[in-house]
Design a protein around this ligand. Structure first.
Ligand SMILES: [Ca+2]
Ligand SMILES: [Ca+2]
Length: 597
């Protein structure tokens, strides 16, 4: 049991922190009085580095001596031995990687929060405070930095590209260690929207291997020193009927790699053994429509859970088996944001519309309330018109077409594209109920009415560790706010939740209560925002798609310290490592560091 609590591979203060909470939970279940020990440094241990933990051992020994006087030798010996063993295990695990790693999209557990306390640059540009820069080619995946090595990917050749490239740079100097090219074989990749790229996945890495995903190539593990392929796991190539393209990245935790791909054909979540690439479990997510939310880990008193949001609901998976333990409704069609978890609580921000509405405005070209095959095949939102649509997609169409007249109408639309049990689609019958049972066939009016009723953008906090439908039992708070973005993930830092969206709209809420601190403030650049905000050194970094990185002081009021224009689109989320900012524009990498230091 101790081995389970402290022995798995891993390596950082956050991992140490999670191991400590696991060990503590186990100790709690065996000796109630151990809270005397744990509470005494629970509040501090979160920020301890391994040397600090080792340095604390004499202090802990003194504490045991005091406890012996109070509780007796036998109790203290038993508990003390276990606690020391747990700390030893944590320190061993902590030697593997540096505290300054950023091992995947948004760093540890996809939070976007750096554990470093080093000062971070405020003012920078393509020529100011740049330690090094490199041309890498088109891509929107973020840089990943582990053990002094930086990994990123790009697509080369005419868009959408015919070569996928993985780069490894020395993070300190910008020297290129290696570069691997993977030609795209078979038929050309389908066209995807300009804001996306087939180099959209952010690599995940440990000291030994970097894990990269590509829609055609699947998941691959490459040796971090040489770039040689250690294993490759083919996964179903995702299909997006409206050509949004892939956008999911692998997420690393312990010995496992988690990956979710909610496309329009075969949505599924995977758990892979990161050493062998073997699929340890897979969850068929056929009840989901297309979504883009990454798996995150929630530490609960019962152990870690894998949390994946999707169409209309967020699911808590059993870490070991992939069994769906619980689900909570988020009442929207799909989710492109990734929740963040701290201390057993999951924070969600979501803005999207019900599936009936979505399909009507997107697919029902002539606005008659009926969706024909031709309207999908030759839809103006499709970039690959003329190309056939896979049979598996038409099977969904046929599933919904209950009266077999060849068109989808009313509830048939929900039944085609979403499991009827999933309320995220907001069934046509519910929409009818809300609209007084009169669906107007005038597309403009319908669009206006439905958008009002189905655009329930919200933020919410959900406690992990539930069973079954936890919508009524584990939702701590739920607030509607127009500041929730349909793309940009929320940031939780310093007890507050921050949102940034289209137009540079910025908002902040108390994480404990959802109480609004400020809302709809304009910061930075206008226009589109795709990159997720990150936090370090008391500052929030938000990045517009036009290429402006705004630095905002995290004080009682939002104070913009600088707007740094890179003059080139940016969709990738920056990485904060060791007082440096690693930024990837559509074509270049920048290592930004304060030159004065
Ligand atoms: Ca129609
Ligand atoms: Ca029909």
């Amino acid at each position: 049991m101790i081995a389970q609590a402290v022995g798995s591979a891993g390596s950082t203060p956050l991992v140490v922190q999670s191991r400590w909470s696991e060990a503590r939970a186990w100790l709690h279940s065996h000796w109630k009085d151990v809270t005397v020990i744990s509470q005494s440094f629970e509040s501090e241990v979160d920020s301890w580095s391994p040397p600090q933990i080792i340095a604390s051992i004499p202090g802990v020994a003194l504490m045991f001596q005091t406890l012996m006087c109070r509780f007796g030798f036998d109790w203290v010996f038993r508990v003390g031995s276990i606690a020391m063993l747990a700390m030893w295990g944590m320190c061993l695990g902590a030697q593997e990687l540096s505290a300054e790693d950023w091992p995947q999209w948004r760093g540890f557990n996809c939070t976007g929060v750096t554990t470093s306390t080093k000062p971070l640059p405020v003012e920078f540009s393509p020529t100011k405070n740049v330690r090094w820069s490199a041309e890498v080619g088109d891509g929107i995946g973020s840089p990943t930095i582990v053990a002094g090595r930086l990994f990123t990917t790009a697509m080369l050749g005419e868009k959408p590209g015919n070569k996928f490239v993985v780069f490894c740079f020395d993070a300190a100097t910008g020297e290129k260690h290696w570069e691997r090219e993977f030609p795209i074989e078979g038929e050309a990749l389908p066209k995807i929207h300009d804001s996306n790229s087939y180099a959209s996945a952010t690599p995940a890495a440990d000291a030994e291997r970097v894990y990269v995903y590509h829609a055609r190539l699947g998941m691959m593990a490459l040796d971090t020193k040489t770039g040689e392929t250690a294993w490759r796991r083919q996964l179903p190539e995702p299909y997006f009927v409206f050509d949004w393209g892939p956008g999911m990245s692998p997420v690393i935790h312990g010995d496992r790699l988690f990956f979710c791909q909610d496309d329009d054909l075969s949505p599924a979540a995977y758990c892979l053994d990161r050493r062998s690439g073997e699929i340890l479990w897979k969850d068929d997510r056929g009840d989901m429509a297309c979504s883009y939310s990454h798996p995150v880990i929630c530490e609960t008193p019962q152990g870690p859970e894998v949390i994946i949001a999707g169409t209309g609901k967020m699911i808590g998976y059993d870490y070991k088996t992939g069994h769906r333990k619980w689900a909570t409704e988020v009442f929207c069609r799909n989710i492109k944001t990734t929740p963040v978890t701290f201390d057993g609580i999951i924070y969600v921000s979501v803005e999207s519309v019900g599936i009936s509405y979505q399909w009507r405005v997107t697919a029902d070209a002539d606005g008659d309330g009926k969706i024909t095959r031709d309207e999908i095949l030759n839809n103006k939102y499709r970039l690959n018109t003329g190309k056939s649509i896979p049979d598996a997609f038409w099977a969904k169409f046929d599933r919904g077409d209950e009266n077999k007249d060849g068109v989808l109408e009313g509830e048939e639309i929900d039944k085609a594209f979403l499991d009827p049990k999933n309320r995220g689609g907001l069934l046509a019958s519910e929409v009818q109920g809300r609209l007084g049972n009169t669906i107007d066939t005038d597309a403009g009016k319908l669009s206006e009415e439905l958008s009002e009723r189905q655009k329930d953008a919200s933020i919410q906090a959900v406690r992990g560790g539930g069973e079954g439908d936890v919508s009524k039992t584990h939702v701590l708070w739920l607030k509607k706010t127009k500041s929730a973005s349909h793309i940009v993930s929320p940031l939780v830092a310093g007890g507050r939740m921050f949102l940034i969206k289209q137009g540079g709209i910025f908002a902040s809420f108390q994480a404990a209560s959802g109480e609004r601190l400020w809302d709809r403030r304009r910061v930075g650049a206008g226009g589109s925002y795709l990159s997720a905000p990150v936090y370090g050194d008391g500052k929030i970094y938000v990045t517009s798609e036009s290429g402006v990185v705004s630095v905002i002081e995290s004080g009682p009021e939002p104070k913009v310290l600088a707007n740094n224009d890179f003059g080139e689109p940016i969709a990738a989320t920056p990485a904060l490592v060791d007082g440096q900012i690693f930024l990837r524009t559509r074509t270049r990498l920048y290592c930004i560091a304060d030159e004065a230091k």
